[in-house]
Design a protein around this ligand. Structure first.
Ligand SMILES: [Zn+2]
Length: 107
């Protein structure tokens, strides 16, 4: 079994992340929160590509009201725009003493 230990050497607050499923998943957020750590992710969009289908463009062009436009966007935007995101940083704060670590360089 593998485990990841998050430990604040300043105040001694500590949590061990151990796998709990057959797929060896360990629950990060839940375990950290329960042990008075906080975690924040910074995600950067790296690429937005739009290659709208003709009928999407047509629908938008013919839309008469904001309401109608919003409805079209709500329904169809995910099929017409590709957004690629990249995990940039993960910051873990110790809720006990305020010390923190920033994990970076994910690739
Ligand atoms: Zn601490």
């Amino acid at each position: 079994m593998m485990k990841v230990t998050v430990e604040c050497t300043k105040c001694g607050n500590k949590v061990e992340l151990t796998p709990v499923t057959n797929g060896q998943h360990a629950y990060l957020n839940r375990n950290l929160r329960e042990n008075d750590f906080r975690i924040h992710e910074v995600v950067m969009p790296v690429e937005i590509t739009s290659s709208p289908y003709m009928d999407f463009t047509d629908k938008l062009t013919q839309s008469r009201t904001n309401e109608e436009t919003n409805e079209i966007l709500d329904d169809d935007i995910r099929y017409n725009v590709d957004l690629e995101k990249k995990l940039e940083e993960v910051r873990i704060d110790c809720g006990n003493c305020g010390d923190y670590i920033v994990l970076t360089e994910f690739e």
